[in-house]
Design a protein around this ligand. Structure first.
Ligand code: XMP
Length: 512
């Protein structure tokens, strides 16, 4: 294991990913609890991340002393370099030559970090983002790379296994960065790089068996990748001790509930309770136009239905959730202020306390793309694995204004045609998320010789990495024209289609 100490950089997660891509397991721990993390993980190497603080200021974050006493190899990145220098007897100063973005690194000396990648005398592109810089090296260190703004852009104390860089090797704008990180974990730390998803799967199955014993597990299925993979994994571990519950709120995409049910029952033979609660949900939402009330109503009903079903099964000892690593990593906060609630996201996070069950979260160490690899390892069909994200409250939040059965039916049909066109055009995988929205607005049209007065449908498609920011997808106008024609011709109730060209921010991906 490689321990990554997080000092609050926006890109710390990328360090973990690069290390895992090099076949070595890694975990991120915030600097405040780095010492505990060190004891728990017993790492073979340590990486110090970047961060927004300044070592020049008093009380700035530090790596705990155990790291330096352990004799393990350490790689410092950006703030990590500065704190390494400050803690080991060097000097850091605020610089008036700040560097942001692309920079050039002159390689001064061959060394194990650059082995097979960069040689002395060469110049390579790196990505910088720093204000402070190292002004004097601790004893034992030498300069191995320089840039115009950072005379100590890369330094090393080879005998102690300490390396540090002012630039960010974890980002793609440092094109060789992943190879440097691989050199650190393989050559310098001597780790083998044999961490694979197949091995992880076996390990996860053993862990589930150890945790669950002969207990009963229930798992809420949404049809999304995460809950599906969690369910398959737990089923491999404990077989029929697992029962899945699909609460169908009637707000899923067209045919989606049926697809999920058939996959779990026929393909995998996993016990599944399919609860059709659409009447309960839709009647509760009828006439309710406030987005937050809609979300809260759905969240509350979901819990009630889920609880009632769990009770019918005679209760359970464990509740399985498809929580992912990015949800688990404690974010390092320097401001400490409360963040504003933009939307109340609905998930089953509120369940465990009320239901008195223990949690099984077999994906909590994985990133989304790793979950997809695990899904393949478990034989999950490809079209399930690559699915666009779908929000818990479903189509209710794509139907501004009150929800009715009729509106959901219209929206499902339009959405299905839109996605069908996207698939046919070969664009599904290039888009992060695409969907139709049914607006509570009717407009006048003319079809045949008659006047129509029907709903407007908005189409949305975005590119994104993690859903936090997004850009609208730049379709070809012919594509949009075709999709609009098909929707208007084939869906009763829609006579006008518009395309949403808002990015996030300032928009959000969903309309509510
Ligand atoms: P927004 O609309 O906030 O959405 O830009 C970002 C991503 O999150 C999804 N989303 C949700 N997912 N429960 C979920 O499980 C929710 O309540 C929820 N609201 C939004 C949205 O589809 C997008 O992928």
């Amino acid at each position: 294991t490689v321990l990554i100490i997080d000092f609050g950089s926006q890109v710390t997660q990328l360090i973990a990913r690069r290390v895992r891509e090099a076949g070595v397991y890694s975990e991120i721990v915030p600097f405040q609890s780095a010492e505990e993390g060190f004891e728990r993980l017993k790492p073979k190497a340590v990486i110090l991340s970047g961060g927004p603080a300044s070592t020049v200021e008093t009380g700035s974050p530090r790596a705990p002393d155990v790291i330096w006493q352990s004799g393990l190899p350490v790689l410092g990145i950006c703030y990590g370099e500065q704190t390494m220098c400050a803690q080991l007897g060097g000097r850091v100063e605020a610089s008036d030559h700040r560097e942001f973005g692309r920079a050039w690194l002159d390689i001064e000396k061959d060394n194990p970090l650059f082995d097979g990648v960069w040689k002395a005398g060469e110049r390579h592109q790196v990505w910088m983002s720093h204000g402070d810089r190292v002004a004097a090296l601790p004893e034992g260190f030498e300069v191995i790379g320089t840039s115009s703004g950072a005379p100590y852009a890369a330094i090393a104390d080879v005998s102690r296994g300490y390396y540090a860089v002012q630039f960010h090797p974890e980002v793609v704008h440092t094109p060789d960065g992943a190879k440097l990180l691989a050199n650190f974990v393989h050559n310098i730390a001597g780790l083998k790089g044999d961490w694979t998803m197949a091995a992880y799967k076996e390990q996860a199955i053993a862990a589930i068996r150890a945790q669950v014993g002969s207990g009963r597990v229930i798992c809420g299925l949404s049809g999304g990748v995460d809950s599906s993979v969690a369910a398959l994994l737990i089923h491999e571990a404990v077989g029929d001790q697992l029962t899945c519950i699909l609460v169908d709120h009637g707000l899923m995409r067209k045919n989606e509930a049926a697809e999920v049910v058939s996959m779990f029952r026929e393909h995998y033979n996993i016990p599944l309770v399919h609860v059709d609660a659409s009447d309960t949900f839709i009647s509760a939402l009828e006439g309710e136009a406030d987005p937050e009330t809609k979300r809260k109503t759905i969240g509350k009903l979901f819990i009630e239905v889920f609880e009632a079903e769990a009770k019918k099964l005679g209760g359970a000892d464990f509740l399985a959730q498809g929580t992912l690593y990015p949800d688990v990593i404690e974010s390092v906060s320097f401001t400490g202020g409360p963040s504003v609630t933009i939307k109340s996201h609905h998930n089953v996070g509120g369940l465990p306390e009320r239901m008195n069950m223990k949690l099984v979260e077999p994906l909590r160490e994985l990133f989304k793309d790793e979950v997809r690899v695990l899904g393949r390892e478990l034989g999950l069909p490809e079209h399930f694995i690559g699915r666009h994200p779908f929000p818990g409250p479903g189509l209710a939040i794509r139907c501004p204004g009150g929800v009715t059965r009729e509106k959901i039916r219209i929206l499902q049909d339009a959405d299905a045609i839109y996605l069908d066109e996207i698939r046919k055009a070969g664009l599904y995988d290039a888009i992060w998320q695409a969907f139709a929205v049914l607006l509570p607005v009717q407009t006048v049209g003319v079809m045949g010789d008659g006047r129509t007065y029907e709903y407007v449908c908005a189409l949305r498609a975005v590119t994104s990495v993690d859903g936090m920011t997004a850009d609208f997808f730049h379709f070809d106008m012919d594509f949009l024209g075709n999709a609009a024609t098909r929707i208007i011709n084939e869906v009763r109730g829609i006579n006008r289609v518009v395309y949403d060209v808002t990015s996030k921010p300032p928009g959000t991906i969903e309309w509510e």
